[in-house]
Unconditional design. Structure first.
Length: 184
């Protein structure tokens, strides 16, 4: 069971175009085994695009990815039921800066399992993450991706991110999105 402070109001049920039921919800500590299996199931290419290297997340990193400080970060996962059990399809997250000066900017990341790519999961997760971040007072989402990560670049452009090659590193593209405060 999620701990006290779990933002259950963010849970949303949705369907893929083919009718597959999807639940989007904040990750919680009990998701460690499912998240570990999700990360282990990513192809080498998908993992490389997410981490910008061939390395695999270590157990302590995976633990940290599921034990969230909801005041400064959020990870939304998309899940569905496969063979009677919940299976993670993807995750989108943001983490705010550590200081008062940087707390209004958040780094973001998204990764979708290979079997679920090109089915609308990434767009739905990112739209929800953007809305939730704006409601939480985040003023800008920012990250980098590899210059040849065509899927991420297309998604970023579709969502209105400013996309700019990093002048200091030609292998990297900067992604930035100014967020509008949500209406009360």
């Amino acid at each position: 069971m999620p701990a006290a402070g779990y933002p259950s109001h963010l849970i949303e049920d949705w369907h893929l175009a083919d009718g597959t039921p999807v639940r989007i919800r904040p990750i919680h500590a009990d998701d460690l085994a499912m998240h570990t299996a999700f990360v282990a199931g990513l192809s080498s290419e998908t993992g490389y695009h997410r981490l910008l290297s061939p390395r695999k997340p270590q157990p302590d990193e995976l633990w940290r990815m599921t034990h969230i400080d909801y005041d400064r970060e959020l990870a939304l996962i998309a899940t569905t039921v496969v063979d009677g059990g919940e299976q993670q399809m993807g995750v989108a997250r943001y983490v705010r800066g550590d200081t008062p000066e940087t707390s209004h900017t958040a780094e973001f990341a998204i990764v979708i399992g290979d079997a679920w790519q090109h089915r609308g999961v990434a767009l739905k997760l990112m739209r929800k993450l953007i809305d939730v971040a704006a409601e939480a007072g985040v003023k800008q989402l920012a990250d980098i991706t590899l210059y040849d990560n065509a899927g991420m670049l297309a998604l970023a452009r579709k969502l209105g991110f400013k996309v700019r090659r990093d002048p200091g590193n030609p292998n990297v593209t900067q992604l930035r999105l100014a967020l509008k405060a949500s209406e009360p």
